[in-house]
Design a protein around this ligand. Structure first.
Ligand code: UDP
Length: 423
């Protein structure tokens, strides 16, 4: 049998990027883990991504049979998404040039996010190949939950997404909720959508004794620890969490002396990802307003090995997102045996079973969030119950399972494609 070759297009999310900074998070992890898992199975995967870091090599092996290929398009460095969009034609032609130069061919195109969907349209035409599309987030869903269009979810994005829904051979949704959104907002044909939940790596994210984790991180001075992990963006609901903390201290003044919130994510180095630093400044003002300077620390981005210690050190991990297509952070915390208080949105409500493996509260409701956090902090029996439930639940989500389902999908899509061509 011939080796299966996948052209994985991830213009915007490089699997090698520093995580937790602006515009790098779950999608980068997903592409990295999926490419590695497929590679282990003997499938050859090339991940094509924009060359963003000057020190990155042109081609980097990230596992057996899996490479990252950096495609130069426009100047190297961080750019907002719409600026990346402006250079997509250049990206596509350089990608085609590279593939031609190597004399390589592929069997399937797997595109991530709307920017890659645009590139995939050209590849499907040129290479006459079926495209599997995963959006990770949808522009129309974001528009529904943001009070203002801060992220510039442009009409262009929505048009590209609509076209991808019409033309892709298959779409991967991370949850039944995303499937519902695709149907409701994009009129997607459910028969072409495969619901495949994301995974977690148990060799990285597993329980560690809380006291050991706190000592390793030098965070043993706080009695009770609340953790937030993620990109520092409005959509992640950190301001809601800070308001919830303010209320918590108002309701239970004694907690002020022994509760800390650690915010992991965001770039704190000066000059590095400037817009995010501004957002942190805005959040610091909120911290000041609630007199929580000694309770809240912004620790910046952390690598995943260290992140596992943060999860283990925490009593509760708060995931207050306004929307979330899946929510890897919740799953990683659960795999470490840390109860999660999350919002009842998107994939979070399919991962967390309320009262069993975490608690769910309405998005944007800082009172409900404060109450749920207080329950977990103050009720040791509940905390232990949720911790056990979280670990058990997390075991269902592995990258290997994701790989199994994706391989099945590739087989189906290729068979249908061959049948279509034969007609
Ligand atoms: N992450 C990280 N370091 C950080 C912050 C985040 O490695 O400082 C990772 C985290 O482990 C998770 C991903 O970024 O795998 C965030 O994924 P999630 O699905 O929660 O959010 P997204 O970024 O997709 O909105």
């Amino acid at each position: 049998m011939n080796t299966l070759r996948v052209a994985m297009v991830s213009v915007h999310a490089c699997p090698l990027a520093k995580l937790g900074g602006r515009d790098s998070g779950g999608m980068n992890v997903y592409v990295r883990e999926l490419a590695r898992d497929l590679g282990k199975r003997g499938i050859e995967v090339d991940v094509f991504t924009r060359w963003r870091e000057k020190d990155d090599p042109r081609i980097q092996q990230i596992g057996a049979n899996a490479r990252v290929v950096h495609i130069p398009s426009g100047p190297i460095g961080y750019w907002p998404k719409m600026a990346v969009y402006e250079h997509l034609e250049e990206f596509t032609s350089k990608l085609l040039e590279f593939v031609e130069h190597e004399g390589r061919s592929y069997d399937i195109v797997h595109a991530h996010y709307w920017l890659s969907a645009k590139v995939a349209r050209t590849l499907e035409q040129r290479w006459k190949l079926p495209v599997v599309q995963m959006f990770h987030t949808l522009g129309l869903v974001k528009r529904e939950v943001m009070d203002e269009d801060v992220d510039g979810e442009s009409d262009i994005r929505i048009d590209v997404e609509r076209e991808a829904v019409r033309k892709s051979a298959a779409i991967v949704a991370a949850s039944e909720i995303e499937l519902g959104e695709l149907r409701r907002l994009y009129r997607a044909d459910a028969a072409r959508v495969a619901v495949i939940p994301c995974g977690v790596d148990p060799t990285v994210f597993h329980p560690v004794r809380q006291a050991d984790a706190r000592e390793a991180l030098g965070r043993d001075q706080c009695e009770r620890l609340i953790l937030f992990v993620g990109r520092i963006e409005q959509i992640k609901g950190i301001d809601v969490l800070l308001r919830a903390m303010g209320l918590l201290f108002q309701l239970y003044p004694d907690l002020r002396s022994d509760v800390c919130l650690l915010v992991v994510g965001g770039a704190l180095d000066p000059g590095d990802d400037e817009p995010e630093t501004e957002k942190i400044l805005e959040l610091r003002r909120l911290v000041h307003e609630h007199r929580m300077e000694s309770n809240v620390a912004f620790v910046g981005s952390r690598g995943q090995e260290e992140l596992a210690l943060y999860y283990a050190a925490a009593d509760v991990c708060a995931v207050p997102s306004l929307t979330e297509s899946f929510g890897l952070v919740a799953l990683e915390a659960m795999a470490c045996g840390t109860p999660v208080v999350g919002t009842r949105v998107g994939g979070l409500q399919t991962v967390i079973e309320n009262g069993e493996s975490g608690l769910l509260v309405p998005a944007g409701d800082y009172r409900a969030l404060a109450e749920a956090i207080a329950r977990v902090l103050m009720d040791a029996r509940l905390r232990i119950h949720l911790a056990h439930g979280a670990r058990d639940r997390a075991e269902h989500f592995t990258w290997e399972r994701v790989g199994d389902r994706i391989v099945e999908l590739y087989d189906r899509v290729r068979t249908e494609h061959r049948e279509k061509i034969a007609l």
